[in-house]
Design a protein around this ligand. Structure first.
Ligand SMILES: Nc1ncnc2c1ncn2[C@@H]1O[C@H](COP(=O)(O)OP(=O)(O)O)[C@@H](O)[C@H]1O
Ligand SMILES: [Mg+2]
Length: 230
């Protein structure tokens, strides 16, 4: 098992500080290596909250998260950042590319915490190969502002994959794209999932995008249900 959530609950204090809202009520999920999974749900349904818990960026109020065989509740901060830096690639709605860095430099950013040795030619080669793979071989020296939205998100996917993570987590990766670019990005993610053997979990409000993935779940009222669209 790559990731297991057992009875995960997440409550947030209300802004007044006088009560709580329960965003995730009782989430249980098992994810196997190599799967591609989408979680679909409307805005405010708790998708980002769920993804952040899966990626060790946030902790549940109760319940258990086991990631790569480790119970996250007993990991200290060093272990958690080690997992986040080495084993997980993140893709966000707004790519978070650094505007002052070229496409190639942006892709190499996640290799920095891994130490200088690893930023060798080998890593550069992998970055170039992946950029070629997603059709951006001519854009390596471009700056993000010189790319289309779809191209930026492809760079973000390559950056998420650069360290060979076991898991890629994507939060609304197509949120800023038109329908065609959105579909292209989805297909690319599925292809990379197959080619790299990396598990992909995406949260999205778009059922069209979600159904490109192997398994689709729906997040509604704090509960996860399996979702069949076809
Ligand atoms: N840090 C926080 N403190 C309080 N409430 C929060 C916090 N983060 C998210 N929420 C609330 O939790 C709910 C779910 O948010 P979120 O996970 O961002 O949903 P989604 O990603 O599906 O739009 C929303 O009602 C939001 O206002
Ligand atoms: Mg969100």
């Amino acid at each position: 098992m790559l990731l297991e959530l057992k009875n995960v609950e997440k409550k947030y204090e209300t802004p007044s500080g006088k009560g709580y809202i329960t965003v995730l009520k009782d989430i249980s999920l098992q994810v196997h290596p190599g799967e591609s999974i989408a979680v679909v749900g409307p805005s405010g349904s708790g998708k980002s909250t769920l993804l952040n818990i899966m990626g060790a960026l946030d902790k549940p109020s109760s319940g258990e998260v086991t990631l790569f065989g480790k119970n996250l509740a007993v990991c200290d901060d060093t272990e958690l950042s080690h997992i986040r830096n080495r084993e997980i690639g993140f893709v966000f709605q707004l790519h978070h590319l650094l505007p002052q860095c070229t496409v190639l430099e942006n892709v190499l950013i996640p290799t920095i915490p891994l130490g200088l040795k690893k930023r060798s030619e080998e890593v550069q080669e992998r970055a170039k190969k992946l950029l070629e793979r997603v059709g951006l071989d001519k854009h390596m020296e471009y700056f993000p502002a010189q790319l289309s939205g779809g191209e930026m998100q492809r760079v973000a996917v390559v950056r998420a994959l650069i360290n060979n993570p076991k898991l890629v987590l994507a939060d609304e990766p197509t949120g800023s794209l038109d329908m065609d670019s959105s579909e292209n990005l989805g297909r690319l993610m599925v292809e990379m999932n197959k080619e790299e053997g990396t598990t992909f979990i995406t949260v999205t409000h778009s059922t069209d995008f979600a159904q490109l993935m192997e398994k689709v779940f729906k997040l509604q009222n704090g509960i996860l249900e399996s979702f069949v669209i076809r």
